[in-house]
Design a protein around this ligand. Structure first.
Ligand code: ADP
Ligand code: MG
Length: 704
């Protein structure tokens, strides 16, 4: 470890010329800028190009931001109370622009003088055919001319409080302008190997940081931005890869050394269909993972219906064939029961013991199962995660599979098994597709498989949007499907199972469905979270066996339920659901050989967002495409199935807009670590030093 001389960048912010204790305090509180370095990393969000002045006539409905210069005509306060505002007109040779302020009226008014020439910048809108800007940035044109410098002036993110204390977006630039001359290359040492920089034609770290604040021109700024975005992604990829490599090296795992008779017998004589290419590939990955002597910690992402259950079963057979027990955990009782029924039927008379353990397992049966798991006479158990987590003792658990993990989160699951001396292999299966870019960062430290292929012969689901006025016709459509021998789901949104209001919606909906489909000719199941488990189970079972025609349900049905004969999915109040949930729900149909339909019912008035979501659902069945859209619409923070990870917080780079930079970063990080995973070579020394200086950020025990 080298002794680093303290950098000037670590100086407290109030020591910077022009800051002082008062502004220092404000900068800390408002922007979390504590040191020179923090200020340096507080990047401008745009640059003012004073040489680029537009005319007022150019403003139209499509214009977003504009910079214009002109004479201020009059400045007056209008309206009363809440409507009180400061209004001024700016006139250039081509027209008049209205400027409005709702806040800081007195203060702004003092700074403006009618008859003077000003430079104005802001977001335009057109009101009653007249262009206007609310809360523009405004300054005397004389000032800007006196500057004389034709340069790109940085404008920084700031807050109202800072603005009031003389630190608006541009005034912060005075501080960075004072800071930059004080630092040199040694304060911002290069951290990316020269070979990569050269290959990608990226500027050095020092030059890039300077140019982000004060670029000579737009090209230089772009190059700097590319470099810093690349750096952010690259460092994240290096860290995640190191964490994964570290786990591979240091974790112990049980060894499944052979394929085993159970697997082989099942594969050759019981497997009801040919595996898809994706299933085969994932099994191969699992086989390699589990034979190495290190713990497998693999995330398997497969779109709804891609056949994850079969992968789970084959992996469990692999464990059993090697003399190890396995468990499969499902998020709900219904799902656990369904897995148990499905797996039991597939296993037929194979010499392997499989049991179901859930909250409703009777005490006597439960005792027997616990005993069987403890003495090893039971090899496989399916259950709800709560039950398995609790007090179950295994004789030699070698494999834990978690189905539909997005309900409980990856990290917790992985941690659950860390206590054991030799932890079981963990396979986490999720049906919430996550965009590749997000997966690369959110799960970069896990091993990761994708099943992006559906079994052959599936017919694409036709999805349509109808509003409530069409309800009778939708019900008629369901009737014709039932007459063909099919079944239908009708789903109501229950955001919180306890929400009284939506619960009443469900009950009303149920009554309404009954009026369209009178007994005894039609039979209806209803399932919701408030029912006792037995009742839920009976209703579910009646639908599974085809005894009932229609399943009226809340989203408890969302995950994993498999009734291939169901061909219609009606979703009520679709606008209340998010994209990934809609995709999950739709995945309940289209599981058999019959053509299936998804009908998205909504009210007649829709927000733009809802309209867009529905449009996407109607346009594609591809879960990964839908996930990409979801990411675009909601941003990375909110995507279901991702954990909150520090690696998702990038200052400059965006997982939505900078995919190609991320791919590059991933590629180069991977290549670098393949060649030198200890970062021991001379060319990787700067990187190594950088990571060491980022204490706490890199989980990297083997480097010292
Ligand atoms: P999911 O990935 O959503 O959990 P499932 O495992 O429930 O999907 O599988 C969906 C359906 O596809 C099941 O009926 C299953 O039997 C069937 N299936 C799985 N793999 C194949 C395959 N390779 N060929 C044909 N059908 C398959
Ligand atoms: Mg499933």
């Amino acid at each position: 470890m080298s002794f680093e001389t303290p950098s000037i960048l670590d100086s407290p912010i109030e020591y910077l010329k022009g800051v002082g204790p008062l502004k220092g305090d404000m900068l800390r509180k408002e922007l979390s800028v504590f040191t020179f370095r923090d200020l340096l990393e507080h990047y401008p969000n745009r640059h003012l190009d004073k040489t680029k002045v537009n005319t007022i006539r150019e403003i139209n409905a499509q214009t977003e931001f504009i910079q214009v210069a002109g004479t201020l005509l009059n400045v007056s306060v209008l309206g009363e109370k809440r409507g009180r505002r400061l209004v001024a007109q700016l006139q250039d040779k081509t027209g008049i622009l209205e400027l409005t302020w709702f806040q800081g009226i007195q203060w702004v008014q003092k700074t403006l003088t009618a008859g003077q020439e000003y430079l104005v910048y802001g977001r335009t809108s057109v009101f009653n055919g007249k262009p206007q800007i609310t809360h523009p940035e405004i300054e005397l044109l004389r000032d800007t001319k006196a500057d004389g410098k034709a340069f790109l002036e940085p404008v920084y993110p700031t807050t109202e409080k800072l603005k009031a204390r003389g630190l608006n977006g541009r005034q912060i630039g005075k501080l960075t302008a004072a800071l930059l001359p004080q630092i040199s290359e040694k304060d911002l040492p290069e951290n990316i190997p020269a070979r990569i920089l050269h290959h990608l034609n990226l500027p050095s770290r020092y030059h890039a940081v300077c140019a982000l604040h004060f670029p000579a021109n737009a090209d230089q700024y772009q190059a700097a931005l590319q470099r810093m975005k690349f750096e952010e992604f690259f460092m994240a990829q290096i860290r995640l890869n190191l964490a994964r490599l570290n786990r591979h090296r240091h974790s112990k795992g049980v060894v499944f050394e052979k394929v085993g008779d159970l697997f082989n017998t099942f594969y050759t004589t019981y497997l009801p269909f040919e595996l898809t290419g994706a299933q085969k590939r994932v099994l191969k990955e699992i086989r390699q993972d589990t034979a190495r002597g290190h713990q497998m910690n693999r995330l398997l992402q497969g779109d709804v219906g891609s056949g994850k259950t079969m992968v789970a079963l084959l992996t469990m057979l692999l464990a059993a064939g090697n003399g190890y027990q396995s468990c499969l955990m499902a998020p709900t009782e219904i799902l656990a029961q369904q897995h148990f029924a499905g797996l039991s039927a597939l296993l037929k008379d194979l010499p392997v013991q499989l049991r179901l353990l859930t909250g409703s397992t009777k005490a006597a049966e439960r005792r027997k199962i616990l005993a069987g798991l403890a003495d090893g006479s039971i090899q496989m158990v399916v259950g709800t995660h709560a039950v398995i987590e609790e007090a179950v003792q295994f004789q030699n658990l070698g494999l834990a599979i978690v189905d539909e993990q997005h309900r409980f989160g990856v990290a917790q699951r992985a941690r659950l098994w860390e206590k054991a001396t030799v932890p079981p292999h963990v396979l986490v299966m999720t049906a919430t597709p996550i965009p590749r870019t997000l997966a690369m960062t959110a799960y970069g430290d896990l091993d990761y498989s994708v099943m992006d292929e559906l079994p052959p012969g599936r017919q694409p689901i036709t999805t349509v949007h109808r509003n409530e006025h069409h309800r009778a016709r939708v019900m008629d459509f369901i009737r014709t499907e039932i007459e063909k021998g099919r079944q239908a789901y009708i789903i109501y949104p229950l955001i919180e199972e306890s929400e009284k209001l939506s619960y009443e919606d469900l009950m009303q909906g149920y009554e309404q469905v009954k009026s369209f489909f009178p007994e005894p000719k039609y039979r209806i199941s209803m399932v919701h979270g408030k029912q006792p488990p037995e009742q839920k189970e009976t209703n579910m079972q009646r639908f599974v066996t085809g005894d009932t025609h229609i399943m009226v349900s809340t989203t408890v049905i969302e995950v994993g339920v498999n009734v291939p004969n169901a061909s219609v999915m009606v979703i009520e109040s679709t606008e209340k659901f998010g994209l990934s949930q809609l995709h999950q729900l739709r995945g309940r149909v289209g599981r058999g050989s019959e053509k299936s339909f998804c009908i998205l019912l909504t009210g007649s008035r829709l927000s733009n967002d809802a309209r867009e979501r529905i449009g996407i659902m109607c346009a594609t069945n591809d879960g990964f495409k839908i996930a990409e859209k979801d990411l675009e619409l909601r941003g990375p923070g909110d995507i279901e199935g991702t954990r909150q990870s520090g690696e998702l917080n990038f200052k400059l780079a965006s997982l939505v807009n900078d995919k190609s930079i991320l791919e590059l970063a991933k590629f180069h990080a991977g290549q670098l670590l393949d060649a030198d995973e200890d970062l021991a070579s001379a060319e990787n020394l700067p990187l190594r030093q950088f990571l060491l200086s980022q204490k706490g950020k890199t989980s990297w025990s083997k480097i010292s």
